[in-house]
Design a protein around this ligand. Structure first.
Ligand code: HEM
Length: 138
């Protein structure tokens, strides 16, 4: 996928002890900055949702070196997201929120290289998820 896998792995490992804080910041930022997506989560139990997002991120990072497994899993996740109302337009909002929240939690450890690595990773992940959507709708 042409990503800086080592940097993604190392930085996620460093942030892992603050994983709960990360996903808490994530949804606070998302709902503040992009209130348009709030209705999608109206009937979602947010405590559970935060754990699912953290587990999802951990799964992606753990499988960056196994694209054979990661790609189909992401395509299926993209398909499930159609049912959640996650249209393509919302993906950049979620990406910006992820980067903002990672930077907040990483604090002084955050830098341009990390910003680039995570931005590239999110770009790839969302591309694959949306390709999974295209595969069933065409
Ligand atoms: C890299 C991108 C994303 C990742 C890793 C991710 C991860 C997850 C995970 C792991 C779940 C739990 C359910 C499942 O696995 O199907 C979930 C649910 C959900 N996601 Fe995402 N997601 C992403 C992008 C988005 C986007 C762009 C939106 C649009 C706002 C979104 C909205 C939702 C909603 C509304 C649910 C709740 C589903 C429900 O229980 O009703 N997600 N997400």
């Amino acid at each position: 996928m042409g990503l800086n896998i080592k940097l993604l792995e190392d930085s996620f490992e460093l942030l892992a002890p603050q994983g709960d804080a990360l996903v808490e910041r994530f949804y606070d930022n998302l709902f503040n900055d992009y209130p348009v997506v709030r209705p999608l989560f109206e009937n979602v139990e947010m405590q559970e949702q935060r754990s699912k997002l953290l587990a999802g991120l951990a799964l992606v990072v753990a499988n960056l070196r196994s694209p054979d497994q990661l790609v189909p899993a992401l395509e299926e996740m993209g398909q499930r997201h159609v049912e959640y109302g996650a249209v393509e337009d919302y993906y950049p909002a979620v990406g910006a929120t992820l980067l903002k929240s990672l930077a907040e939690i990483a604090g002084d450890a955050w830098n341009d290289e990390l910003e680039q690595a995570w931005s590239d990773a999110y770009g790839e992940i969302s591309k694959i998820m949306l390709a999974g959507v295209a595969a069933v709708t065409i």
